[in-house]
Design a protein around this ligand. Sequence first.
Ligand code: AKG
Ligand code: FE2
Length: 349
Amino acid sequence: MNAASLPIISMTSLESAAGLAALRQAASEVGFFYLIDHGLNADVQQHYLALTRAFFQLPTTDKQTIDMIHSPHFRGYNALGTEMTAGRLDAREQFDWMNEELALATDQLRHPWQKLIGPNLWPSAMPILKPALTQLQQTMSDITINLLQKLCRALGVSSNALDHTLGEQPYTHAKLIRYPAQQQREQGVGAHKDPGYLTLVLQDEQSGLKVERGNQWVDVAPIPGALVVNIGELLELASNGFLKATNHKVESPTGGIERYSIAFFMAAQLSATVPVLPLPNNLKAKALGPTTDPNNPLLTEVGNNVLKGRLRSHPQVTRKHYCDEQLRHLLAKSFAYMPTHEICDECRA
Ligand SMILES: O=C(O)CCC(=O)C(=O)O
Ligand SMILES: [Fe+2]
């Protein structure tokens, strides 16, 4: 299947019933689509990709200063060979940032996910990054909230049906990503679903992103200017399985070519619980419940669902910051299903 056979949705078409029907079809039958006319124009995208390349070209010591291992909030830089997906190491390096906040004092922590809240780690060697990426995060957040509201309408419920879970500022997480060329095809990032409501991916001109359809992996070939959208686990839960969070992965490039991308994940407020939307009867009949996978339970408590993904992806950060005495019993309760070797020796006992 080629690029043209994945749906292309124009944001400006979503004022009409026909546009909403196309969105509903794309979101429910594929779970992945290209979004165009979204307002983040191609020149601006190129500017952010240029910043991404410049960041990864910084000297290793500058990147190591902001290594994620220093952040209990899963912020900062990950060198190649530190992230795991589907139990295997990914061949990518990345820079993660989220909402800029103050961390809670230890005695204020009531839930393990509250440790996600905190400041980002910005590189002092590249001062432009903080204002630029904060702006990008806001722009992508606006696009995503608008799209989520259109999706609600497409599902036959009020456009603001999920707004209360977003509050004034939903939890957002973004990554600059570099997939270096490998000798042969490797796992750039292994097969996974994204934990939030919706993800936007800005990819450069190198393909590699693939989405699972039936038993096949379909190329999400880059279309200049288009953003790639995928449905996350929280929307699968909210739609009672009418929408599916779709498995996807990235194969690393070969032949000396590198791939750069920027991924933006929007969840809801970490303290929110995702409701099941009151779908009209014709859609309800097709909503057969969310996927049940003992290795990846979908959790309606937003903070827990987001934390689940972070703990699994970054075992070194988990071991360093999440296995203290105070959180251990909470981790054990909230994450009883997790392979305990991903936590620490004491938790395994
Ligand atoms: O780099 C990409 O194209 C997608 C990355 C992705 O799926 C992720 O980081 O969750
Ligand atoms: Fe993803």
